[in-house]
Design a binder for this molecule. Structure first.
Ligand code: TYM
Length: 332
């Protein structure tokens, strides 16, 4: 039977610091592009953010700021659902249930857990370890078909799928098993200072990442300083991680292929290329930054939007949670 129902999309972003060009090209640009074709649910994942220590006042500000940026980007809360994760209790509740269907060994293999436990050796808390289960709950509550993420989240998506398949195997068809949606360009934006590492807002070297709210001058300065090789030819190459990254960024923004980009910069040095990429990034972010200033200035409007979003999210999340509770054998 054919139905006209739109397919469902779910994704979340942590409000832990300034959002970066990596977040934008790896995920947010797709969030925006998918919202007309799909029924989209997007959340600010504040529960995930406290797996590393946060300053309360700063965290609060970052949650507002993330909501404002999503709206500035063009996410339309009237036709989609935009909310703050902790406002829908079902996320924490389903996470507990699913943790009883997730193996210690599976969680121990997560690359992000290994990396973060090295980085925060003084605070390897249980939340950091069970983080992927909460992420599985975020996803499975909304029965999405697609989950748009950057390549770094692929492993977490796989474990969410494994948990869903396992649960369905025991209790029948409870969860939709979602597919990752990872775009061809921009899925892995690398650090401008060490292009073997992903661009991350938690990197202490601020020249390694571009914030979505950086000024044009800062953006161009960071691109000018980007680490490259000594070959001075703008083309994809095995030992050209820095240039490969800049080509990837320029390609994701302009839609030009790597070959077009090589042709465009034939006979020109890296200096010209870096400035062109910096300018393209600044130009891409400029309208978002302008709108951001309007949204962040009106906290009341932001609160109205995310509260209304939580009511919509709660409705769907509760339905799935009740279904799971019944299947497991709890009384309602
Ligand atoms: P987070 O908050 O670290 O990042 C949000 C999104 O941005 C993508 N991303 C990148 N993409 C390309 N290059 C980069 N350098 C880069 N850095 C970040 C991430 O892949 C992500 O899509 N655990 C998630 C948040 C989360 C979630 C979920 C995502 C919580 N629950 C449910 C999807 C579904 C995270 O920490 O993303």
């Amino acid at each position: 039977m054919q139905t006209n129902e739109k397919k469902k999309v779910l994704s979340c972003i942590q409000p832990s610091g300034m959002l970066t060009l990596g977040n934008y090209l790896g995920a947010l640009i797709n969030w925006k592009n998918m919202q007309n074709e799909f029924d989209c649910t997007y959340a600010v994942a504040d529960l995930h953010a406290i797996t590393v220590r946060q300053e309360p006042a700063k965290l609060r500000q970052q949650i507002y700021s993330t909501c404002a940026l999503l709206l500035a980007l063009g996410i339309d809360p009237a036709n989609n659902t935009l909310f703050v994760q902790s406002h829908v209790a079902a996320h924490s509740q389903l996470a507990w249930l699913l943790s009883c269907y997730t193996q210690f060994g599976e969680l121990s293999r997560m690359t992000q857990f290994k990396e973060k436990s090295l980085k925060h050796a003084d605070n390897i808390n249980a939340g950091l370890f069970s983080y992927p289960v909460l992420m599985a709950a975020d996803i499975l509550l909304y029965q999405p078909d697609l989950v748009p993420v950057g390549a770094d989240q692929k492993q977490h998506l796989e474990i969410a799928r494994d948990i869903a398949v396992r649960f369905n195997g025991i209790y029948g068809n409870v969860f939709t098993v979602p597919e990752p949606y990872i775009a061809k360009t921009g899925a892995r934006v690398m650090s401008l200072q060490d292009p073997s590492k992903k661009m991350s807002k938690s990197d202490e070297n601020i020249n390694s990442w571009v914030a979505m709210l950086d000024s044009k001058d800062d953006i161009i300065r960071k691109f000018k300083r980007a680490v490259t090789d000594s070959e001075a030819k703008v083309c994809i190459g095995e030992n050209k991680l820095g240039i490969n990254n800049l080509i990837g960024i320029y390609s994701a923004i302009t839609g030009k292929s790597a070959q077009d980009i090589t042709n465009e910069f034939e006979g020109k040095g890296y200096g010209d290329f870096k400035i062109t990429v910096g300018e393209a990034v600044a130009e891409e972010l400029r309208p978002i930054q302008e709108k951001y200033n309007t949204f962040i200035a009106d906290k009341k409007q932001l609160e109205d939007i995310y509260k209304e979003g939580a009511v919509k999210a709660e409705y769907t999340a509760r339905r799935t949670l009740s279904k799971v509770m019944k299947k497991v054998g709890f009384v309602l």
